[in-house]
Write a protein that binds this ligand. Structure first.
Ligand SMILES: Cc1cc2nc3c(=O)[nH]c(=O)nc-3n(C[C@H](O)[C@H](O)[C@H](O)COP(=O)(O)OP(=O)(O)OC[C@H]3O[C@@H](n4cnc5c(N)ncnc54)[C@H](O)[C@@H]3O)c2cc1C
Length: 410
């Protein structure tokens, strides 16, 4: 019965479920490696993200892209499209509200052009979609997966419109707590931080000079990342982590009160905050899937690991996963869904995943503690970081997406 169904289904080498920033980036990386027949399936109706997000990936957020992400997008010929919309990070300024600890991480000192690059997700989405339109990748929007079946020859998907499709490899990239993975008995293990991340663009009275600020307050970390100017005015992208009840109060406050609270927590290093754009709040959790590879199957992006945004690592990690998968598949002599090949991919990425998850998970915990002992500890940590160049360069390398398997060695 299953075999008969696969004969009537449309056939692909690879089907990717989820047309967010990870799904599209992966499809482009794959198309660059080989002329595989690829289907990309997205539940929402596809539109230009700049005219209104169709995917949670392309909402009002901004993303700090690491050096490694820049290199990947450069290799895909996408960086030149992104560059006009990107603000580089020349310095990261880490501080602790009410305490003396402070450190500065400098691109020049780290020997690189920039420590990272900040882009609005809608701009990233528009560039990714424009590139996709120049490929043979088949993109199906408004398409919901209703069933997934494992066959000896691959995976078979059924859709809400009654159609079916078959592929040698299925990649699930449909976001945290994936409903597609759940259909295959792959569960999501989620532990809530009991915090929310509020994002918004903030207009500044003075230029940010390409400095990113990470400020640890008694309620949670607060980041302000440099953005490109809007209508000639300097802006920074805010990511403000707060306990849930306080986040709700901040979301309900009017713009004036919100800005006053922000100014009080952050101080005047960036001058006076003049205006705040659309605010969105995200409940934060560390979520991981129980499995990432099976024969004919890979789970990727937020569906595989969704991290606390404090270190700006979630997407950068997923892009490294995607680039590695595309390379491993291209170099593999076997059939596309071969388990040994997929396990090889996972082995290559597992140290990077482990270290990045650990780094992103430990920062909010260490800096979320408000006892004086913990405060003393983290202040001496920040001071030590300022005094010991190797420690600071380790932090900088993480930010750039360079510290991967090596970070586990000491
Ligand atoms: C506040 C905040 C700030 C962040 N900042 C950074 C940062 O600076 N740097 C960084 O590296 N990372 C950052 N991240 C993390 C980053 O946003 C995520 O890693 C990224 O969005 C993951 O993309 P994704 O494509 O895996 O998932 P998603 O963005 O969730 O996209 C999944 C897609 O799948 C679609 N879909 C869902 N279900 C189905 C289905 N059944 N069938 C078909 N399609 C489906 C959805 O419509 C969506 O388009 C941040 C996260 C947050 C919350």
């Amino acid at each position: 019965m299953a075999r008969a169904q696969s004969e009537t289904a449309s056939n692909y080498d690879i089907i990717i479920v989820g047309g967010g920033m990870v799904g599209i980036s992966l499809s482009l990386l794959l198309a660059q490696q080989h002329d595989w027949k690829i289907l990309l399936v997205e539940a929402q109706e596809i539109g230009n993200p700049v005219d209104g997000a169709y995917s949670p990936s392309f909402d009002a957020r901004s993303t700090a892209l690491s050096w490694s992400s820049r290199e990947i997008y450069q290799s895909m010929g996408l960086w030149s499209q992104l560059e006009p919309h990107v603000s580089s990070i020349a310095q990261i300024h880490v501080s602790d509200r009410g305490h003396m600890g402070l450190t500065r991480i400098d691109a020049q000192e780290a020997g690189v052009d920039a420590l990272g690059y900040v882009v609005e997700n809608q701009r990233l989405g528009a560039a990714l979609l424009a590139q996709l339109q120049q490929t043979q990748i088949e993109l199906r929007g408004s398409t919901t997966v209703t069933g997934v079946k494992t066959l000896a020859s691959g995976m078979q998907l059924s859709f809400a419109d009654g159609q079916t499709a078959h592929a040698g490899l299925l990649v699930i990239a449909d976001g945290a707590c994936s409903s597609t993975a759940e259909k295959l008995g792959i569960h999501s293990d989620s532990s809530a931080y009991n915090q929310s991340g509020i994002i918004a663009n903030i207009s500044l009275a003075q230029p940010h000079n390409a400095v990113a600020y990470e400020r640890f307050t008694e309620h949670g970390p607060l980041a302000l990342l440099p953005l490109t100017n809007f209508q000639g005015r300097p802006r920074s992208a805010l990511v403000w982590t707060q306990p849930q009840d306080q986040a709700e109060a901040l979301m309900a406050a009017d713009n004036e009160i919100f800005l006053a609270r922000l100014q009080e927590q952050f101080g005047y290093r960036l001058g006076r905050f003049e205006a705040v754009g659309e605010r969105v709040s995200y409940p934060l959790a560390l979520t991981r899937s129980s499995e990432q590879v099976r024969r004919h199957l890979v789970v990727m992006g937020n569906a595989a690991h969704s991290l606390h945004p404090v270190a700006g690592q979630g997407f950068n990690l997923s892009l490294r996963d995607a680039a590695t998968l595309a390379k491993v598949l291209a170099e593999s002599p076997g059939a596309i869904g071969d388990l040994v090949t997929l396990q090889h991919y996972y082995q290559k990425q597992s140290a990077d995943q482990r270290n990045t998850v650990l780094f992103s998970d430990s920062l909010p915990k260490v800096f979320g503690l408000s006892s004086s002992l913990a405060a003393a500890g983290r202040n001496s940590g920040l001071l030590a970081m300022d005094l010991i160049p190797t420690l600071r360069s380790r932090f900088a390398r993480f930010g750039m997406g360079l510290a991967t398997s090596e970070a586990s060695n000491g």
